[in-house]
Design a protein around this ligand. Structure first.
Ligand code: PLP
Length: 358
């Protein structure tokens, strides 16, 4: 299948094949990794290896720790304010679309939330001007959504949050391009787009933010619990962590972040070129400077035509091209594991479909 699903999304084929070959008997143990104790030496080595690889791909930044949690990025929407908001403080949020809004609403429930900037007036078709982002005076952190999966917008530079920790939901673009993580206090991502299967949520943060958490919040919701226990406080999603480790090996083989970025730019470039070169038959949703290299969103003249496009595409083996139910239209999610060939096939289909409508 040409898999353009938004998440869970395509995984690299060599990773799936490797997992298949190791599925029943992992490292000559006579057991599947899924059947092993998470306190045993074999699982722990995989767990630690995955953390090290992730930091390695990010250039081994000093003073950062990787956590493997559960509950998806949605749980992080709550954990961030629960852990960081002190009495009288708010979280400052940059409103860029559907996911930023969900994160903001959780902070509102759990202490207080403030809008540091918003692109709502532009119907979320762009990332706000970085200079227009102003955190509240009583902000505990500044929160951004580095890639809006539904609207198809992405940051390529990040706001300067001054002394405040910059926190980012990177669920849909983590490891898609080169990144200086030192700009961030904490980043989080559900694994199911660029990192592996669903079930594990990755948090990478400055250790000083993880070491102490408020004692009035549930133990499992404290970053400090997971930090102090190397993410083994309770049973981790061990199979998902194993898969993340395999995906990270694959990312290394692609030339690390610079390597995947070059490929992702080529893939996205081809699709946007096809859209822009269609004389208005296809219309990009996001403004050019904010166009995501992960989620390419576009529309056609009418919903009928879009339906026809999708129906024809499905018959040719294209999966997942329907836009999110909240916004409609079309969306091709082209995460790291989607090969250039799939994008080429889609671009060819788009050109062909346009001709058949002439
Ligand atoms: N944030 C972004 C940017 C997303 O794309 C998604 C899921 O698509 C989420 C958060 C929610 O993640 P989860 O389903 O892991 O809770």
């Amino acid at each position: 299948a040409y898999n353009f699903n938004a998440g869970p999304a395509a995984l690299p084929l060599p990773v799936l094949e490797r997992a298949q070959s190791e599925f029943v008997d992992f490292r000559n143990s006579g057991m599947s990794i899924m059947e092993m104790s998470h306190r045993g030496a074999i699982y722990e080595s995989v767990h630690n290896e995955a953390q090290e690889r992730l930091l390695g791909l990010l250039g081994n930044p000093a003073g950062y720790k990787v956590l493997f949690l559960q509950g998806g990025a949605t749980t992080q929407f709550a954990m961030v304010p629960m852990n960081f908001l002190k009495e009288g403080q708010v979280g400052s949020y940059v409103m860029t679309g559907s996911w930023a809004d969900k994160a903001y609403k959780e902070a509102k429930l759990l202490g207080g939330a403030h809008v540091a900037a918003s692109s709502e007036e532009q119907k979320f078709r762009a990332i706000p001007d970085l200079n227009a982002i102003v955190p509240a005076e009583n902000a505990a952190y500044l929160h951004i959504t580095s890639n809006e999966t539904i609207e198809g917008t992405q940051y390529f530079k990040f706001p300067d949050s001054g002394k405040l920790p910059l926190i980012a939901d990177m669920s849909s673009d983590i490891l898609s391009h080169d990144l200086d993580i030192n700009q961030f206090g904490l980043i989080y991502a559900g694994a199911q787009k660029n990192l592996g299967p669903s079930g594990v949520t990755v948090v990478i943060a400055k250790e000083e933010l993880l070491a102490e958490s408020p004692s009035h919040i549930p133990t499992i919701m404290r970053y400090s619990t997971h930090y102090k226990n190397n993410s083994l406080y309770n049973t981790p999603p061990s199979f998902s962590v194993y898969m993340v480790n395999e995906v990270l090996k694959w990312v290394e083989e692609q030339g690390g972040l610079a390597g995947v970025e070059a490929k992702n730019r080529e893939k996205a470039g081809l699709l946007y070129q096809t859209i822009d070169g269609s004389g208005g038959f296809y219309r990009g949703v996001a403004e050019e400077a904010s166009r995501s290299i992960m989620n390419v969103t576009f529309r056609m003249e009418s919903e009928e035509l879009e339906k026809k496009f999708i129906k024809g595409a499905e018959a040719e083996g294209f999966v997942g091209l329907k836009g999110h139910r909240s916004v409609g239209g079309l969306r091709a999610s082209i995460y790291n594991a989607v090969p250039y060939e799939s994008c080429k096939a889609l671009a060819d289909y788009m050109t062909h479909f346009q001709k058949t409508q002439a």
